[in-house]
Design a protein around this ligand. Structure first.
Ligand SMILES: [Zn+2]
Ligand SMILES: [Zn+2]
Ligand SMILES: [Zn+2]
Ligand SMILES: [Zn+2]
Length: 396
């Protein structure tokens, strides 16, 4: 007798990882059971070496192309037990293999066929489809091969989505379920994938976003502006935050409706929160000045200095601008006003403000309705808050 049912797990097309976990739960073998597989009929595939840990359920992996391409298990992480030659087990494994192979074939058709160069690695997590050709990199002190680095980006993308939901106290259903992210080492791949998948932009740009109805982000790590893994991570966080903000119900892109301060401020805020500083600007001419930026990306001490000097960009002035009209210092003030509102009013009230402006409420009314602040008094409260909370010294 098999002690667990394949059909239960097969019902969920994406539960390869969950399935492998349940297969590995140790159980005492029944009398006469196969000692090799504890009567499960399958044993873990031995071909994955160090990468085995990356593919486990706690790593949020539904499918990984490296596993699907494994000649021994064909994407299931398990092979038939050779000791007890189970009847029926082979069919179930074959079904899992088929789902995995179908997934990879569909990815090859959707992504790889467009570039027709080296095959991409692909990863499917709970909320992202990631196509990846970035080369090995040192992250912190650890050297990661390309495959491990792809898994790291899968986790980073999921971490950003979680942080977005938590910060704004949003229900999961306020964000669409999936997003496609393409990270290409070679500029030529991005030059093809970016415009083909997002249907917009110049092939020369570093990153391209598609803001709905389906959500796609494509980038390549242009060496001057994104010299290391940390810079690539910040670029990803900044741009995917734009997509999450746009997706958040009611779905609307804010950057061209005089809400540039929200559009950029929120993207900067998550850059700072997750990767320590702000170095990405959505303004072509600013982006082209590779390596340039505002005060090394550490904006709190810079804002404190400006506030001390009385050199403040007023809220009323800021809320007149589109994303592509913001100057460097206005990007920093956009960040600081978002930081201030999140701290002073809290995530739920800032979320309410976002929902109101997305629904067409004027900024002055949304501000008062959601937070109780108003256009005339906010600058004073903001300056006092900055003096109390922003040190003149960078945190590290
Ligand atoms: Zn066995
Ligand atoms: Zn993998
Ligand atoms: Zn395998
Ligand atoms: Zn931006």
């Amino acid at each position: 007798m098999r002690s667990w049912s394949w059909s239960l797990v097969v019902a969920c097309a994406l539960s390869v990882a969950a399935w492998s976990a349940s297969a590995l739960v140790a159980q005492a073998p029944a009398p006469g059971a196969c000692r090799h597989c504890q009567d499960r009929g399958v044993v873990p595939c031995s071909k994955h070496g160090k990468a085995w840990a990356l593919e486990q359920p706690d790593q949020d992996v539904a499918f990984c192309s490296a596993v699907v391409e494994c000649k021994a298990c064909l994407g299931t992480l398990h092979v038939d037990c050779k000791q007890c030659q189970p009847a029926g087990g082979a069919d179930d494994l074959a079904h899992r293999q088929q789902l995995a192979q179908q997934w990879l074939q569909e990815r090859r058709k959707t992504i790889d066929a467009l570039t027709a160069r080296e095959p991409h690695q692909h990863l499917r997590t709970s909320h992202y489809d990631l196509a990846f050709t970035l080369k090995p990199a040192t992250v912190g002190t650890e050297k990661l091969d390309s495959h491990a680095r792809m898994h790291l980006y899968g986790k980073r993308l999921e971490a950003l989505r979680s942080a977005f939901l938590t910060t704004l106290e949003l229900p999961d259903g306020d964000l669409p379920e999936r997003m496609l992210v393409c990270m290409s080492e070679d500029a030529r791949d991005h030059a093809v994938l970016g415009p083909r998948l997002t249907g917009m932009g110049s092939p020369n740009s570093v990153s391209l976003k598609l803001m709905g109805p389906t959500y796609v982000f494509s980038m390549h790590p242009e060496r001057k502006s994104l010299p290391d893994d940390e810079a690539v991570h910040r670029n990803l966080v900044h741009n995917v935050t734009h997509l999450l903000l746009t997706q958040m119900k009611p779905a609307l892109y804010l950057g061209n409706r005089k809400h540039g301060w929200i559009d950029e401020g929120v993207a900067h805020w998550f850059e700072d929160k997750l990767v320590g500083k702000c170095t990405n600007y959505c303004y072509e001419e600013v982006a082209l000045l590779a390596g340039e930026g505002f005060k090394g990306g550490k904006w709190r001490p810079a804002i404190r200095r400006l506030v001390d000097a009385g050199d403040v960009v007023t809220f009323a002035a800021l809320v007149q601008k589109q994303t592509d009209e913001l100057k460097f210092s206005e990007h920093a003030f956009a960040f600081a006003y978002v930081d201030f509102l999140l701290a002073k009013a809290g995530g739920a009230k800032f979320r309410d403000l976002l929902r109101l402006v997305k629904s067409g409420t004027a900024t002055r009314d949304a501000l008062t309705q959601a937070t109780g602040l108003n256009l005339l008094t906010i600058d004073g409260v903001f300056s006092t808050w900055v003096k109390a909370n922003y040190s003149l010294q960078p945190p590290r």
